[in-house]
Design a protein around this ligand. Structure first.
Ligand SMILES: NC(=O)c1ccc[n+]([C@@H]2O[C@H](COP(=O)([O-])OP(=O)(O)OC[C@H]3O[C@@H](n4cnc5c(N)ncnc54)[C@H](OP(=O)(O)O)[C@@H]3O)[C@@H](O)[C@H]2O)c1
Length: 185
């Protein structure tokens, strides 16, 4: 049986918007640092985490930050050969979420799996039997967006807390937000 739990991580505003024009609708430095820390930290220093993303999310990240350091970067596309020819060595390119999971389970150096967007990849992960937790930064404001986190049935999840994840309201400039963790029942 497949043992890979999928952790989704996203920042969304009140209307569940996550992106606009291939970019983030906001600049939140501490939120970005949270994303980097959560997706990078490992208990076993001999291992790394995997970050699983759609091809557009890969394209949206400035190239100086790619591949995301200290993580195994996995990109989903329906044009595997084309994308493979464009990404740096070491980046894994696959044709779907199950293939990503098979790759992860075929190696022993991956500790946790983080699904980092965008919309359709989050949706596939939410519907997948291996869906584990959603680490959702809930921004207390509305932004104009063209890309959204999928609506999910909150009755299928329970809010949990975790060491190292602050429960209190975070404030950056005039934007406030909470780090929430929804665990699949
Ligand atoms: N706020 C956040 O937390 C957050 C997180 C991530 C992204 N974003 C934002 O979201 C936007 C990008 O996300 P997006 O939803 O537009 O795109 P995306 O999901 O990152 O990428 C879509 C692409 O992924 C591939 N794909 C999708 N489903 C697939 C499947 N089932 N099997 C194989 N390949 C599949 C296809 O690539 P091909 O076209 O190559 O076939 C598709 O065009 C940007 O604005 C970004 O800034 C925000």
């Amino acid at each position: 049986m497949s043992k890979t739990k999928l952790n989704l991580i996203a920042a969304a505003c009140e209307n569940l918007g996550i992106g606009i024009n291939g970019d983030l609708p906001w600049r939140l430095k501490k939120e970005m640092a949270y994303f980097s820390s959560m997706t990078s930290k490992v208990r076993d220093p001999a291992k790394k985490n995997a970050v699983v993303m759609g091809r557009r999310t890969w394209d949206c990240i400035p190239s100086k930050f790619l591949p995301l350091p200290n993580r195994v970067n996995i990109v989903l596309t329906r044009h595997v050969d084309d994308v493979k020819s464009k990404v740096p060595e070491g980046v894994i390119v696959v044709s779907g979420l199950d293939e990503a999971i098979s790759h992860i389970e075929g190696r022993e150096d991956i500790e946790s799996t983080w699904v980092i967007g965008g919309s359709s990849i989050y949706k596939a992960a939410l519907e997948h039997k291996n869906c584990g937790k959603i680490y959702l930064t809930e921004i207390q404001k509305n932004f104009e967006c063209d890309t959204f986190f999928p609506k999910f049935d909150k009755k299928q999840f329970v809010l949990v807390t975790e060491d190292g994840v602050p429960e209190e309201q975070q404030v950056e400039g005039d934007i406030s937000y909470y780090f929430r963790i929804y665990k699949k029942l």
